[in-house]
Ligand binder design. Structure first.
Ligand code: CMC
Length: 385
C-alpha cells in the first residue's frame, strides 16, 4: 500500500473552482442568481428566452434589431430531418424520453460538415442550431410517447411557446406562454453544475460541441440533477391528499430518505428560482383541475414542513425542482418529459460555457489517490484456484 500524506480529497469536487467565468453567478448564501450580472428575477419578469439566450451567448443584451435577427435564426433552425424523426419514432415508445433525446442529440452532428470549430462565431451558429433543434426533438419525443403525430413548428410563436405547442398540439394562452418562457429562462443556466461540467470535460478534449451537449444530456438524467422534479412530483402523487403530507415527510425523514426538490450543493438558503416558481402557483391554481390543485396544496404543506425541519438548521431549502412538477402538469407536460424540458432550456448554458472555456482551453485531468497493492504477482489462469 502506498499513500502520500497531506492529500486533500475533494469529494464531488465540492468547493473547487475550475475556472473564472463571466456567465453566471450563483450566490448560495444570499439566495441570488445572476446571468451576466442581471438578477434572475428581472430576467424572468421582463425578458424572453430568446433574449436570455443572446445574453448568455454574446455576453450582453441585444438591441431590438439584433434580437429580431437572433430570433429569426432560431426559427430557421427549428426543423429536424426525416432521419431524426425516424430515430425518435423507432426508439420513442420504448426508451425513456431523455435517453431518446441523448441519442438524437448525438446524431445531429452528422448534419454539420464541420462539427468542430475553433471559431467563436461558428460555434455560436452551432449553439443556435442545437438550442432550436433540441426543443423540436424533445417535443417530437413527447408526441411519439403519447402515440401522436410529430407536429411541425408554428413560426408565429416564440421559442418556448412553440415548444409547448409542438408537444401538446395546443397553442398556449397568454399565461401558459409566459409560464413556459419563464421556466425555460430559469433552467437556461446554472454555472458549473454536473451536466455543464460534463459538457466542459468532454469539450476540453477539443471534441465538438455536439459531443459536449450529448454528455450534458447524459449527466442530466439522474435524480440528483435533472430527474429531481419528476421524483418530487411522484412523491406528491404518492402523498395523495394534502392532509397526508406531514406524516409522509415525517416518515421519510425518519427513514433517512431524501426529499427530492430540496437541498443544493451551493444554495444553503431558498433557491431564487424556486421562489419565482412558487409565485406562479396562485395564478395556476385558479385555472387548474382538482388534481393539480391538490398537488399544489401538497407542495405548499411539504415546503412549510421541510423549512421548519431542515431549513435554518441544515440549510436544506426548496430548489428549482420542487414546484416545477405541478406547474409542468398545468402546462400539459407529462412527468416523463420534465428532464427533456430541462435539457431543452439548458442547451444554451452548456454551449455558452463551452464557447467561453475554449478561449483558454485546458484539458481536464484531475488526480485520484491510488490506494491498493503494487507489484502484485501475476498468476496464470490455469494455476489460479
Ligand atoms: N432531503 C433530506 N435530506 C437531505 C436532502 C433532502 N433533499 N438533501 C440533503 N440532505 C441531507 C443528506 O441526507 C445528508 O445528511 P447526513 O449528513 O445526515 O447524511 C446531508 O443533507 C448532506 O447531503 P449531501 O447529499 O451530501 O449534500 P450535497 O451538498 O451533495 O447535496 C444534493 C446536494 C442536491 C445532491 C442534495 O441536496 C439532494 O440529493 N437533494 C435532492 C435531489 C434534488 O433535489 N436535486 C436537484 C438539485 S437542484 C437542480 C440541479 O442543479 O440539478
Amino acid at each position: 500500500m502506498e499513500s502520500k500524506e497531506n492529500i486533500e480529497i475533494h469529494e464531488g469536487l465540492s468547493g473547487i473552482y475550475i475556472d473564472i467565468s463571466s456567465i453566471c453567478k450563483v450566490d448560495g448564501i444570499n439566495g441570488k442568481l445572476y446571468y451576466r450580472g442581471y438578477p434572475i428575477q428581472v430576467l424572468a419578469e421582463r425578458s424572453s428566452f430568446e433574449e436570455v439566450c443572446y445574453l448568455l451567448l454574446y455576453g450582453r443584451l441585444p438591441k431590438k434589431q439584433e434580437l429580431d435577427d437572433f430570433s429569426e435564426k432560431l426559427k430557421k433552425e427549428r426543423s429536424i430531418t426525416d432521419q431524426t424523426k425516424q430515430i425518435i419514432t423507432s426508439l420513442g415508445r420504448k426508451a425513456q424520453a431523455l435517453d431518446v433525446l441523448r441519442t438524437v442529440m448525438s446524431s445531429i452532428s452528422a448534419y454539420d460538415e464541420t462539427p468542430y470549430s475553433s471559431e467563436e462565431s461558428k460555434n455560436i451558429e452551432k449553439a443556435i442550431r442545437i438550442i432550436s433543434k433540441t426543443a423540436t426533438m424533445a417535443a417530437a419525443i413527447g408526441r411519439i410517447k403519447k402515440g401522436e403525430q410529430i407536429l411541425e413548428p408554428d413560426q408565429s410563436l416564440g421559442h418556448a411557446e412553440n415548444f409547448l405547442f409542438m408537444l401538446t398540439g395546443k397553442k398556449p394562452d397568454k399565461d401558459a406562454a409566459k409560464l413556459i418562457d419563464v421556466m425555460f429562462i430559469l433552467h437556461a443556466e446554472h454555472s458549473s453544475n454536473a451536466s455543464t461540467f460534463a459538457t466542459l470535460v468532454t469539450c476540453s478534449t477539443l471534441a465538438d460541441i455536439y459531443a459536449g451537449v450529448t454528455a450534458g444530456v447524459a449527466a442530466l438524467k439522474g435524480p440528483l440533477h435533472g430527474g429531481a422534479d419528476e421524483a418530487a412530483l411522484k412523491m406528491m402523487i404518492e402523498i395523495g391528499q394534502p392532509e397526508n403530507t406531514e406524516k409522509y415527510i415525517e416518515d421519510a425523514l425518519a427513514g433517512k430518505k431524501k426529499i427530492m426538490g430540496f437541498g443544493h450543493r451551493v444554495y444553503k438558503t431558498y433557491d431564487p428560482r424556486a421562489r419565482i416558481l412558487k409565485s406562479y402557483l396562485d395564478i395556476v391554481k385558479n385555472k387548474s383541475t382538482e388534481d393539480i390543485k391538490r398537488l399544489i396544496d401538497i407542495s405548499l404543506r411539504a415546503e412549510k414542513m421541510m423549512i421548519e425541519k431542515l431549513g435554518q438548521s441544515h440549510g436544506i431549502w426548496p430548489n428549482v425542482d420542487f414546484f416545477s412538477g405541478p406547474l409542468y402538469m398545468y402546462l400539459g407536460i407529462e412527468p416523463e418529459m420534465f428532464d427533456t424540458v430541462f435539457a431543452s432550456s439548458r442547451t444554451v448554458g452548456w454551449c455558452s460555457h463551452v464557447i467561453e472555456y475554449w478561449k483558454n482551453n485546458k484539458l481536464f485531468r484531475p488526480l485520484e489517490e491510488y490506494q491498493g497493492p503494487l507489484d502484485v504477482e501475476y498468476v496464470g489462469i490455469e494455476e489460479r484456484n
